[in-house]
Write a new protein. Structure first.
Length: 222
């Protein structure tokens, strides 16, 4: 059961960026933190747990989900992904085989918020346990930890970067279960998208010790 709870955190692993409109000063840049132009692509390398590489490419089609228009993106490591952005808020919608093929809509970035601001996402999914379907609730508290910073990945300095950190907790049968430790952080560069993420979480009772880093490599914004 505990191991299944951990799967909720994979929502973060390949989180990518989003968009808004009018740029302000360089230290308070808002605009496009997830380009969605057709043909744009990003190559990522993952080290640590689940090591490997994958490429995300924006396809020439969209779809409507929950009344919102999502751009469709292919992921070389799995099924298609879906991205949307509205007035500085960025959403991702995806189906996770590990969660009984249920879909999750996640608001993962708000580029108009000031440093220190937070928002909370609560997601409930059903998992199979002993032949029964059991609801598990994940509460994810997002914080704008840094804004308008420079950040270096693989020798490249990215400007106007927003750092987002996430504090997770899980609830089953009304009982909250917190990880023993976690370090979930995501960096989004203006006009690029996700450039780096660290997803570390330990739950000793469940025998879980995951620590992965995702870094951007070559990318093309059309």
């Amino acid at each position: 059961m505990q191991k299944t709870l951990f799967v909720c955190t994979i929502i973060f692993i390949v989180l990518t960026a989003g968009n808004c409109k009018k740029p302000a000063t360089p230290s308070e840049e808002t605009g496009d933190y997830q380009p969605l132009t057709v043909g744009s692509e990003w190559n990522y390398t993952v080290t640590g747990s689940n090591a490997g590489s994958y490429k995300v490419t924006i396809l020439n089609r969209d779809t409507t989900i929950n009344g919102k228009v999502y751009s469709v993106a292919s992921n070389s490591a799995g099924v298609n992904e879906y991205y949307a952005k509205f007035n500085g808020e960025y959403l991702r919608y995806n189906k996770f085989a590990e969660l009984n093929n249920q879909t999750i809509e996640l608001l993962y970035l708000k580029d108009k918020l000031a440093k220190g601001a937070t928002w909370t996402e609560v997601k409930t999914v059903n998992i199979s346990l002993g032949g029964s379907s059991v609801p598990v609730t994940a509460t994810l508290v997002f914080t704008i930890s840094e804004k308008g910073i420079d950040y270096v990945v693989n020798g490249t300095t990215f400007k106007n970067v927003i750092k987002v950190t996430v504090a997770p907790s899980f609830s089953i049968f009304g009982s909250t279960q917190n990880p023993d430790s976690y370090d979930l952080q995501y960096y989004y560069a203006f006009n690029v998208g996700l450039i780096y993420s660290k997803t570390s979480i330990v739950m000793a009772l469940a025998g879980i010790n995951q620590n992965a880093e995702t870094r951007i490599g070559a990318y093309t914004i059309k």
